[in-house]
Design a protein around this ligand. Structure first.
Ligand code: S3P
Length: 460
C-alpha cells in the first residue's frame, strides 16, 4: 500500500478487502499549540500544557521562546512526551535573542511573534525556510508600523528575514483587509504592549484561538458582533491587564483529522471516528461543505475548555458536487487541498471561489492542487480565486493503459507543502488501479509527523 524510499513514497490503492472501521486520535491542534507557547511565555508564572503538537512548526515556536529566555520543559520524564511546563516571565520578561530566530516553515510563528517583538524594547531578527521567506509580510508590517513599530524586511518589508527594533507602541483602530487570523492575532499581541485600547474589525470572523486563550487568562478582551456582520475585537493596552498562567489540554487538530475524514468518506464500506478533535466553529467549514455534498457525518461534543471539542464519525458516502458558499471559505481555508481530492470523486461540478488567500499559503495552493490533480486525470480548471472540478466517482477504478509512461506510475509533487503531500497520499490510497509516487515527503513534518503512524494503525 505505502512503500517508503528516501524522502519519497510509492502509494498503491487500498485493496478492495480493506474496509476501515477505526477510531483514531490526531495530535494537538497546531494553531492553539503556537498560541499556548506564546501566551504561556508571557503569563506571570507556571502554565501546564498537555497534548502540545510536536510538529516542526510548533518545535520552532518552543525554540524561539527558549531563545527569548523562557524556560519550557517536559512535564515529567515518565509521562507523555507531549506535556509541557512553561515558566512564563510576564509581559515584560522576554530577553533580547543573541542570534537569528528560526521560524522554519511557519507563517503563524513569524506573524504572531512579530507582534510580540514589536512591543519589546530590543533588537531581533526572524528568518525561515525558503518557502516561508517568500510569503507576504506587508500585511503585518502595515498595521504594526501604524502602531509605531520599526520593522524591516527583504524587498522593502515584503518578505522575511524581518528585523524588528521593538519599543513603545500606540493603539490603533484597524480593519483587517484580508480574512486572516494571523494578521488579527499579530495586532492583538502587539496591542498588549500598546498605550490605550486597540480595536480590530474583521468583515468575516476568522479562527478566534487568540481571543479564547486571552480570555481564559483573564485578560480584558472584548468581542462584539456588529450589525453588519463580522467581529469587532477590543484589546486593552499596556498596564490594563495581566496574563494569568493556565492549565490546558490541547484538543486534536481538525486540519490533521481532515485527511482521515476524507479517507472514511471515500473508501468503500469504511467508518472512521476521529476522537477528541477541536470543533471550533471557525475551523469546521469542511464539515458543513461535506454535509452539503451528502456525506454521512456525525459530531458528538465532549468538552468546551479551552475550546469546543468532540468526536467526528464519518461513513463511506456517495457525494454530489457543490458550489462552496463564500462565507465558508475562511472556515475551511487549510482544508482545500484535501477538499479538492474529495470533490474529484463527487458526482458533478464543484466550484470554489473567493479563496485567493490559497495563493499565499505554504505553496500557491491553487497552482499546486491543479498541477497534481491534472496529472491524475481529474477535470479541473484554474480560477483566479479558486478552482472548478468536474468530479467523477468512477475515477477510483480507472485503469491506465499499460503502455502509458513508466508502467502506469504517476509522479506527483507536493512543492514543499505538507497539506498537499498528505492530500495526495489519500488520493493515492483511493485510486484502486494506480501507482502514485510522491517526492519530498519530509514536508509532512511541518504539521503532522505522526501521519504515517496513524495511517498504518487504521489500514492494517
Ligand atoms: C492560522 C491562520 C490561517 C491558517 C494557518 C494558521 C493561525 O492563516 O491558514 O494555517 O494559526 O492563525 P491566515 O491567517 O493567513 O489565513
Amino acid at each position: 500500500m505505502i512503500e517508503f524510499k528516501t524522502d519519497k513514497v510509492l502509494v498503491r490503492g487500498l485493496s478492495k478487502d480493506i474496509k476501515i472501521k477505526a477510531k483514531l486520535e490526531v495530535p494537538g491542534d497546531k494553531s492553539i499549540s503556537h498560541r499556548a507557547i506564546m501566551l504561556g511565555s508571557l503569563a506571570g508564572g507556571k502554565s501546564t500544557v498537555s497534548n502540545l503538537s510536536l510538529s516542526r512548526d510548533n518545535l520552532a515556536t518552543i525554540a524561539a521562546f527558549r531563545k527569548l529566555g523562557i524556560n519550557i520543559k517536559k512535564q515529567n520524564s515518565s509521562g507523555s512526551n507531549k506535556d509541557f511546563i512553561i515558566n512564563g516571565t510576564g509581559l515584560y520578561g522576554l530577553k533580547e535573542p543573541e542570534s537569528v530566530i528560526n521560524t522554519a516553515n511557519s507563517g503563524t510563528l513569524t506573524r504572531l511573534l512579530a507582534g510580540i517583538l514589536a512591543g519589546n524594547d530590543f533588537f531581533s531578527v526572524m528568518s525561515g525556510d525558503r518557502y516561508l521567506n517568500s510569503r507576504p509580510m506587508k500585511r503585518i508590517i502595515e498595521p504594526l508600523s501604524l502602531m509605531g513599530a520599526k520593522i524591516n524586511g527583504r524587498k522593502d518589508g515584503s518578505y522575511p528575514p524581518l528585523a524588528v527594533s521593538g519599543g513603545r507602541l500606540k493603539s490603533i483602530f484597524y480593519e483587517v483587509p484580508v480574512p486572516s487570523a494571523q494578521v488579527k492575532s499579530c495586532i492583538m499581541l502587539a496591542a498588549l504592549f500598546a498605550e490605550g485600547d486597540t480595536v480590530i474589525y474583521e468583515k468575516k470572523g476568522t479562527r478566534d484561538h487568540t481571543e479564547n486563550l486571552l480570555k481564559l487568562q483573564g485578560y480584558p478582551v472584548n468581542v462584539d458582533a456588529p450589525v453588519n456582520g463580522g467581529s469587532l475585537i477590543t484589546v486593552k493596552g499596556r498596564g490594563r491587564g495581566e496574563l494569568k498562567p493556565f492549565n490546558i489540554s490541547i484538543p486534536g487538530d481538525f486540519s490533521s483529522a481532515a485527511f482521515f475524514i476524507a479517507l472514511g468518506i471515500l473508501n468503500e464500506d469504511s467508518e472512521i471516528t476521529a476522537c477528541n478533535v477541536l470543533l471550533n466553529d471557525k475551523r469546521i467549514g469542511l464539515i458543513k461543505a461535506l454535509e452539503m455534498m451528502g456525506a454521512n457525518v456525525d459530531l458528538t461534543l465532549t468538552g468546551e475548555v479551552p475550546e469546543r471539542t468532540g468526536d467526528i464519525k464519518v461513513k463511506y458516502s456517495a457525494l454530489r458536487g457543490i458550489t462552496v458558499p463564500l462565507e465558508l471559505v475562511p472556515d475551511m481555508i487549510d482544508e482545500f487541498p484535501i477538499f479538492s481530492v474529495i470533490a474529484s470523486f463527487a458526482e458533478g461540478k464543484t466550484t470554489v471561489t473567493g479563496a485567493k488567500e490559497l495563493r499565499v499559503k505554504e505553496s500557491d495552493r491553487i497552482k499546486t492542487i491543479i498541477f497534481n490533480l491534472k496529472r491524475i486525470g481529474v477535470g479541473i480548471k484554474e480560477l483566479e480565486d479558486g478552482f472548478e472540478i468536474n468530479g467523477n466517482p468512477s475515477l477510483k477504478n480507472f485503469k491506465p493503459s499499460m503502455k502509458s509512461k513508466m508502467d502506469g506510475l504517476t509522479v506527483l509533487n507536493p512543492f514543499g507543502d505538507h497539506r498537499i503531500a498528505m492530500s495526495m497520499i489519500i488520493m493515492g490510497l483511493i485510486l484502486k488501479n494506480r501507482k502514485i509516487e510522491l517526492r519530498n515527503i519530509r514536508c509532512i513534518n511541518t504539521s503532522f509527523p505522526e501521519f504515517f503512524d496513524v495511517l498504518a494503525e487504521i489500514t492494517v
